[in-house]
Design a protein around this ligand. Structure first.
Ligand SMILES: [Zn+2]
Length: 136
């Protein structure tokens, strides 16, 4: 199982579980996924707070191999859907948080300290272990 944070056309964010990413594509493609708040079936993945596995319970059969596979998928999803801002991440995340720039999904790097500062300001962001791309 994999969970996605989905966002409808009206910007409601909700979590939905799918068998795998292919099942997500199929169900959203066939419009069988509806926003629980407004019923909109125009939904897409929301990337600001990626979550791949529930903490506690459920993950008992999560092997390192499975985890690695999920992280590769997560990385692909993030790269597909978000703008890469590199080391500008903390600054861009702030601008988005304070409405100084158009809301968009971004990803990039932040140091431990920068991440802590963002968290202290109440800025939501996801931290994911970045798996190295296989160089081939
Ligand atoms: Zn909605």
């Amino acid at each position: 199982m994999i969970s996605y944070n989905l966002r409808c056309a009206k910007d409601h964010v909700f979590e939905a579980w799918f068998q795998n990413s292919a099942a997500y594509e199929e169900q959203v493609g066939k419009k069988t996924v509806a926003c629980p708040t407004c019923g909109s079936k125009k939904v897409e993945k929301s990337i600001m707070a990626p979550s791949v596995a529930r903490s506690g319970g459920r993950s008992d059969d999560l092997t390192p191999e499975k985890m690695a596979g999920m992280l590769v998928k997560l990385r692909e999803t993030v790269e597909e859907n978000c703008d890469y801002v590199g080391g500008e991440f903390p600054e861009e995340a702030r601008k988005i948080h304070y409405g100084e720039t158009e809301h968009r999904d971004i990803y990039g790097e932040a140091s431990e300290q920068e991440a802590e500062e963002l968290a202290e300001e109440g800025i939501e962001f996801g931290r994911i272990p970045w798996v190295p791309r296989t160089n081939s």
